[in-house]
Design a protein around this ligand. Structure first.
Ligand code: 4GX
Length: 260
């Protein structure tokens, strides 16, 4: 898979791509990323990429022509279809599912917006507009890096342990279970006995239960789409019953009853 990133801050993007799992993936050739300096596609002496908005108002808008020229060059270089992504708060939400879909494209181009945004006419060349969340950033570079990171992890061989990718919380649609490492005791805080028991069936069950309990408590919305096996459905039913009992007791206490 190849990814082209178009940005006015290539050094920022390159620095982040040089390290960690993504850095190694690029080194080993599992992933090819070309970072393109948008200013290289300007035609004026001062390499201007922005201009004042028509209609007035604060802030600047990214000029369309440098972006068009960048896309023309990239599309001429890459044989086959280029899937063009724009990162912006107006986009649809970037999720693990979208990461999987993006990974199916041979070539992806990520346009990083800055300033108040881009000239609307650029959108005609954009296949997909993605937002990484409901907050305002200073530019599309961090979202581009988030997207590349999530997509890179799904390429076979990029994450050392294939099983860890398959079991990643969002692959299973549930939150992760708690992790512990040595020492077994820190102050008064002990690692749960079951994890030291060597009983792998019990450990698996405990982890499933913890994943389900956390998801039920923190992200019940995820349970609507999670794919659960028979055991998980049973554990979840148990946890829901426990929660009902607890909630009922709390309500009684709040109503001034004794609970007897
Ligand atoms: N998830 N931003 C993009 C400038 C901009 C605006 C409109 C294109 C169109 C963001 C986010 C995000 C801030 C990046 C505005 N570019 N992008 N930038 N949240 O907040 O993706």
């Amino acid at each position: 898979m190849t990814i082209d990133v178009v940005t006015i801050f290539p050094a920022m993007v390159e620095a982040a791509l040089a390290v960690g799992i993504v850095g190694r993936a690029i080194e080993r050739g599992s992933l090819e990323v070309t970072v393109r300096d948008l200013r290289a596609f300007t035609a004026d002496r001062h390499h201007v990429v922005d201009d004042v908005p028509y209609g007035g108002g604060p802030g600047m808008v990214m000029k369309p022509e440098p972006i068009f020229r960048a896309l023309d060059v990239i599309e001429a270089e890459r044989v086959g279809d280029c899937h063009v992504v724009l990162t912006s708060p107006q986009g649809s939400r970037f999720t693990q599912e979208v990461a999987r879909e993006l990974g199916q494209h041979e070539h992806v181009v990520v346009l990083c917006g800055r300033y108040e945004g881009i000239d609307e006419r650029v959108r005609a060349r954009v296949d997909e507009e993605l937002s990484i969340g409901d907050y305002v950033l200073s530019g599309g570079e961090l979202p581009a890096l988030v997207i590349i990171d999530a997509v890179a992890r799904l390429i076979p061989g990029v994450v050392g342990d294939e099983q860890s990718v398959a079991e990643d919380s969002f692959s299973r649609g549930l939150l992760d279970f708690p992790h512990y490492t040595r020492p077994a005791v820190v102050g008064a805080d002990r690692v749960p006995d079951v994890l030291l028991s060597g009983n792998h069936a019990e450990i698996r069950r405990w982890r499933k239960r913890e994943s389900l309990a956390r998801t039920l408590a923190r992200r019940p919305d995820l349970l609507k789409t999670a794919t659960l096996d028979e055991e998980e459905r049973r554990l979840l039913a148990e946890l829901k019953e426990l929660k009902e009992l607890k909630d009922g007791r709390i309500a009684e206490l709040q109503n001034g009853k004794t609970g007897q």
